[in-house]
Design a protein around this ligand. Structure first.
Ligand SMILES: *Cc1c(COP(=O)(O)O)cnc(C)c1O
Length: 598
């Protein structure tokens, strides 16, 4: 919103951020359907000819109305773009247009998820480029066009995002649908998407005459771009490596998808010479992650724990850690933005300054939080017709409904939960979509609904339909406690708890992913279950998790919230000072810039 208003008032030089008046600007360029203004010639030349970082991601979450994301990976990609624009990192991004989105979720009263397409129209959000590129997929030439979305930072930086689209009359009906459904269809469909994203995307940037210095492969879906680079004149494996950065997000060996050899060879043979195919497609097929590992000089995991896991799985590669973050301005609610603006000038551009949050009096923090909570209470009344009590301890849980996230873990022992609730009122706000083909995820949503029905009259619970970035923003700011109960080590990072911390919301989480680095018991929140690497059996882990869940809720969290209000405000403040100041994409992108891009 703000940045659109800002654009209407004055143009900015996208390279240096200087305000320029389009009416009098000496330096401008018409390129890719847009007109850009510069304060001097060097900026214009840099904009047109300078090397760019090309950030490739199968999903990107720019706004709720552009449903081209399924969860944390896409929202992280959006935050990467937002922070890069804020920091004037010369980046372009590439993804698929996903005309039918991911999935629009309807829920029956029993908690059965009904899957609807989430169709959207790129026109109106972005502009179409006239150029076409072609990739050969099996025996077909598939034409690709691109839509361009200019993400402007309020400070003037710009990241153009290319949305690739095969819905063109020259393609067969099947091929027109390749860029329809995020993570949809069968394995062959997803492999075709990988070809369009990786090979088509690299080719589209070349067609735009964009000089790419580094290709950042955000999760392995786009790693076929390495094969496209290998075919360029003067390229060999080592040279390609110097151009490629691979960020892995996968925590366990079984989650790395391998495409069958027959399929990979059949679909790629029109593009990739047999000797190259032979080198990279093994007898057991093609794993996109292996390709990315082999052809990237810089490889990183998304938390320290995830780096360690990945290093054990892939001992042949040097794997580093760049811990994830969230975009500070995007994920800070209005009331907290105002508060930070008042006390901590410059926080959105330099979120490290949040370390000084102790300057803000408790009462002001409580007041900002009450406002954010009221916004959530109003939303819940409007959508679910349920009146939450704004003074009651509110626990939030929202993320993709994948089984490993264990949305229903809190409801394992309803009697214990009721008992905690008798000590002080608790109310629950949940949300999250399951992948349409994920039966276990759908089951988890049903379990939460069943439990909420059973608890009626004792513990108020609501499940918000069709989880989105907007709902994530409302919830991570409007609840008091942010609950996170993944099964270790499946949560490579997780980011929603970082959004909560920016808003003074307190984390209560299993020790997995980022929380291992953010957690200080009783200071930044509370842990659930044993620490990472503890030699416990599955049954023992679960027992200790449930023990912590219910006893910390009953004896620590509820009494602190209701009886020791100053202590609670201190913990809120520590969430901001000791979590939010660090777990943000500004710090993360400065690290990528200095360690991987330069
Ligand atoms: C932040 C966010 C996520 C990531 O949540 P995790 O708890 O890290 O899995 C998923 N979906 C949406 C819409 C988000 O905004």
């Amino acid at each position: 919103m703000e940045q659109r208003e800002c654009r209407a008032m004055a143009a900015r030089d996208p390279v240096c951020g200087m305000p320029v008046d389009p009416a009098t600007a000496t330096y401008s360029v018409d390129i890719r359907g847009g007109t850009y203004y510069f304060s001097n010639k060097l900026c214009r030349d840099t904009f047109v000819e300078g090397e760019k970082i090309a950030y490739f991601s199968m999903e990107i979450g720019l706004e709720s109305d552009i449903p081209t994301y399924s969860g944390g990976l896409g929202v992280l990609a959006g935050d990467v773009i937002r922070s890069s624009a804020d920091l004037f990192i010369p980046m372009v991004a590439v993804t698929l247009v996903n005309r039918k989105g991911y999935v629009r979720q309807r829920l029956t009263p029993e908690g059965d998820q009904v899957d609807l397409p989430d169709e959207w129209e790129p026109r109106g959000h972005m502009r179409e480029l006239p150029e076409r590129v072609t990739v050969r997929i099996g025996d077909a030439n598939v034409a690709i066009r691109a839509w361009i979305y200019d993400y402007w930072s309020p400070v003037g930086g710009l990241v153009p995002v290319f949305f690739l689209d095969t819905d063109l009359p020259e393609n067969t009906p099947d091929d027109r649908g390749i860029t329809d459904c995020l993570y949809g269809g069968d394995q062959e469909y997803r492999f075709k998407q990988a070809i369009v994203l990786g090979i088509g995307g690299a080719r589209m940037l070349a067609a735009q005459e964009i000089r790419v210095g580094k290709y950042h492969i955000n999760e392995s879906h786009s790693s076929l771009l390495t094969l496209e680079l290998l075919r360029r004149p003067g390229m060999d494996e080592e040279k390609v490596q110097t151009h490629c950065i691979f960020t892995t997000h996968t925590p366990v060996a079984t989650a790395f998808e391998t495409f069958p050899r027959e399929m990979a060879v059949r679909l790629l043979r029109g593009e990739v010479p047999p000797e190259l195919l032979g080198q990279y497609v093994g007898d057991n097929g093609l794993a996109l992650a292996t390709l990315a590992f082999r052809l990237s000089r810089y490889v990183n995991g998304v938390t320290t724990a995830h780096m360690n896991f990945s290093q054990r799985l892939f001992p042949a590669f040097h794997i580093r850690a760049v811990t994830n973050g969230v975009h500070p301005h995007t994920w800070t609610s209005g009331p907290f933005r105002d508060l930070y603006d008042r006390y901590i000038t410059g926080w959105a551009q330099e979120p490290e300054l949040l370390v000084r949050v102790d300057k803000i009096p408790h009462e002001d923090i409580r007041h900002a939080h009450r406002q954010a909570k009221q916004t959530l209470v109003d939303y819940v009344r409007e959508k679910n017709g349920v009146d939450l009590d704004p003074s009651a301890l509110t626990i939030g849980f929202a993320r993709r409904a994948a089984a490993y996230k264990r949305a229903a873990l809190l409801f394992s022992d309803l009697e214990k939960l009721r008992e905690a609730g008798r000590r002080g009122t608790i109310q629950l706000v949940f949300s999250g979509k399951a992948h349409p083909a994920d039966a276990a995820g759908r089951q988890e949503i049903r379990r939460v609904h069943d439990a909420m029905h059973d608890l009626e009259g004792e513990v108020t619970g609501v499940y918000l339909e069709n989880y989105s970035m907007d709902i994530a923003g409302l919830m991570t700011a409007g609840v008091d406690v942010w609950l996170n109960t993944p099964l270790p080590p499946y949560e490579a990072s997780g980011t929603s708890g970082m959004k909560a911390a920016l808003n003074g919301v307190v984390n209560f989480s299993v020790l997995d992913g980022w929380w291992i680095e953010g957690w200080i018991e009783g200071t930044t929140g509370w842990a659930i279950g044993p620490g990472p690497g503890a030699p416990v059996s599955e049954a023992e882990r679960r027992a200790r998790e449930l023990q912590d869940l219910y006893s910390k809720l009953e004896y620590l969290i509820i009494p602190t919230y209701y009886l020791r209000k100053d202590e609670w405000a201190t913990i809120m403040r520590s969430s901001i000072a000791k979590i939010a100041y660090y777990f943000n994409t500004h710090r993360m992108m400065r690290r990528y810039a200095t360690e991987a891009y330069l």
